[in-house]
Design a protein around this ligand. Structure first.
Ligand code: SF4
Length: 476
């Protein structure tokens, strides 16, 4: 079985959602996960507690397929956490579905994680050396093992012990029978929001998940903050007094987060549109229409059109039933998937000089197909514009980008890439231009563009890390 994905997009992002203090916690979590479906399509799961019983349901696929008639109704309780996981070809298995649930001294713990731990392979080796047996190949499982191993008496203290050992990106939800804990790593790499619905607290990767249940956003969980919610109320604890510069993932604004969501203090719509506007100033084109690669580049393309004065139109029809990934029964069908997902609208393109705006280029393979598709669809010229800088470095913080040698911009000049994709011109947004579009640019990670990785890897360079990370993934 092959899982098709757009080879010019990053993969492996996750969505988390949690509720404390609502009689329909599982139902709300189901709706929240539905709203966060774009962050993960491989598997979904919900764990729930009523203070006595601890139940869960997991499955492979979309939320709508994982939870069938009656599944949600069986999940009774007032505390719940849920998780959507993204698909990668090598790790599509039920044992990697989250929330991860383990029993320790007759007490259950459930955990949902968005991000990636850069030292998980080493911790796992150490734990296996002293007898731990892992039942999944996910980096997240080391957290559960470390929590169980901690000698501290309370769940809160055991989690704090654990977090002193792990490094990388983590927005985490952890629950036992009576407590819900939310944590964001010290760099704040992945988003995590706190909201309220009636007397219940809710937590989500993005605020679009609050909108669907009519919850009100209160604030983001701060980088390096742990929030503990139980029957006594909500408490906030700082995980460390050590100052860390913030390193919010700027790719959330470029591609990952929904345009109607708030992350990192603002609505995604504004910076995404600004990326397009700035791109038009940096790379103008003599053209008749601006089109987007739907849907993630729609807003950037609109920004390009507004700034350049070139009219925006829909030149590609997107099949709404194809998500960011798609299970293909054969390699041959995989080749055809780009055409199943997008089809040119000949009326719009015929004889036109077309600016097409996309949000990123990873390998370049899909862009090449796109340019060919537009020309076959009647476009006279195709000017490719990218609303992010060239992706030259892999991400190690929860986005599954190709390895460095697979990233076309790491080994080719912009002109080489233009020739490869056969566009009439090609322009990327500059790093400076991108950062000028966000508030507090010093707070953002830009490592996949400039190689400046915010989380230190002591004694390692990124090449070594890449090897370690890849080994960790091979074991999935
Ligand atoms: S390396 Fe890129 S994708 Fe990864 S966290 Fe940093 S900005 Fe985001």
């Amino acid at each position: 079985m092959y899982i098709w994905y757009d080879e010019d997009k990053p993969r492996d992002e996750c969505g988390v959602f949690g509720v404390f203090g609502h009689p329909y916690a599982a139902q709300l979590t189901y709706l929240g996960l539905y709203a966060l479906q774009h962050r993960g399509q491989e598997s979904a799961g919900i764990a729930v507690s009523d203070g006595i019983d601890f139940l869960s349901h997991h499955g492979m696929g979309l939320v709508v397929n994982v939870f069938e008639n009656g599944d949600i109704e069986k999940l009774k309780g007032h505390i719940a956490i849920g998780h959507n996981r993204y698909s990668t070809a090598g790790s599509s298995s039920l044992e990697n579905a989250q929330p991860i649930i383990r029993w320790h001294k007759s007490e259950p713990i459930a955990l949902a994680h968005n991000g990636n731990l850069v030292n998980a392979p080493r911790i796992r080796d150490d734990l296996e050396d002293i007898g731990s047996i892992f039942t999944s190949s996910s980096d997240t499982e080391v957290i559960i093992h470390l929590i169980a191993k901690s000698p501290q008496p309370t769940i809160e203290e055991r989690v704090m012990d654990t977090l002193s050992e792990v490094r990388g990106a983590y927005s985490l939800l952890i629950m036992n029978k009576n407590t819900l804990i939310a944590i964001r790593d010290a760099f704040g790499i992945r988003p995590l929001w706190l909201g309220i619905l009636d007397d219940a607290y809710v937590l989500a990767s993005e605020t679009c998940a609050f909108d669907v249940i009519e919850a009100k956003p209160i604030r983001e969980i701060e980088p390096g903050e742990m929030v503990i919610i139980n029957q006594k109320g909500l408490r906030s604890v700082r995980l460390s007094s050590i100052f860390h510069p913030k390193a919010f993932c700027i790719f959330e604004f470029i591609y990952l987060a929904r345009v109607d969501s708030m992350v990192f203090g603002e609505l995604v719509n504004r910076p995404r549109r600004e990326f397009g506007r700035h791109l038009a100033r940096e790379h103008p084109a003599d053209a008749d229409i601006v089109i987007s690669v739907p849907d993630s580049a729609n807003i950037a393309a609109k920004g390009y059109s507004e700034e350049s004065g070139i009219p925006f139109d829909f030149g590609l029809n997107r099949n709404q039933y194809v998500g960011r990934t798609f299970i293909c029964p054969s390699q041959m069908m995989r080749e055809m998937m780009a055409k199943v997902k997008l089809n040119p609208i000949r009326d719009v393109l015929e004889g036109k000089r077309v600016v097409i705006v996309d949000d990123s280029i990873m390998r370049g393979t899909n862009c090449r197909r796109l340019v060919k598709m537009l020309k076959l669809g009647g476009a006279q010229e195709v000017h490719f514009r990218v609303s992010s800088p060239p992706n030259r470095f892999p991400c190690f913080y929860g986005i599954d980008t190709p390895t460095r040698h697979e990233l076309i911009a790491s080994t080719h000049t912009v002109e080489d890439i233009r020739k490869h994709i056969r566009a009439d011109s090609l322009g990327y947004l500059s790093i400076e231009g991108m950062l000028s579009c966000v508030k507090n640019p010093q707070n953002f990670c830009t490592a996949c563009f400039d190689g400046e990785y915010p989380v230190e890897f002591s004694g390692q360079n990124t090449q070594q890390l890449s090897i370690e990370f890849t080994r960790g993934r091979d074991r999935r």
